[in-house]
Design a protein. Structure first.
Length: 157
């Protein structure tokens, strides 16, 4: 039972840590060194269904896959559970960012929850900036409290 709890805590902590990794990567790499891949996501210079920004999905999947692979080949050690947490965060990112926020698939359109509304508002403010400078709200699951205010609030217009 203790092993199950430890493995669960490893998954939970790696999942939670990924929000920080996503924020830092989004702010300093996607809006920095690799802006070239990310800018079509802000300026809607689409390749059809896909964007250059979708390459980040492939780039970010490698640590999770590596953790799963090497952890599984070593008796399901901590690398596996860390890789599982990273992979679950990637899946959550896909659900929240691509499906819920950007509606790349027409699902979850009428979610009437304050947290989900705040996520949409924060992301809308992020996309308000079409250049790599002066961005805000680089995370995904952690939303600043100011976006939980009434939808008609002046802070989100």
């Amino acid at each position: 039972m203790q092993t199950v709890l430890i493995n669960f805590l490893i998954v939970l902590s790696s999942f939670s840590s990924m929000e920080c990794v996503a924020w830092l990567t989004h702010k300093f790499i996607m809006h920095g060194l690799l802006w070239r891949l990310h800018k079509d996501h802000h300026k809607k210079e689409s390749l059809g269904f896909f964007e250059h920004n979708d390459f980040f999905f492939l780039i970010f999947s490698f640590p999770g896959i590596a953790g799963l692979f090497f952890g599984m080949n070593n008796g399901f050690n901590f690398l596996f559970w860390t890789g599982l947490g990273i992979t679950l965060y990637g899946f959550a990112y896909f659900l929240v960012h691509d499906i819920f926020i950007h509606q790349r698939f027409k699902l979850f359109r009428s979610a009437d929850n304050n947290y989900f509304k705040a996520i949409r508002r924060a992301h809308k403010m992020h996309h308000k900036h079409i250049n790599k400078e002066e961005g805000e709200c680089f995370g995904m699951l952690w939303v600043p409290f100011k976006y939980f205010h009434d939808q008609n609030s002046k802070s989100v217009k």
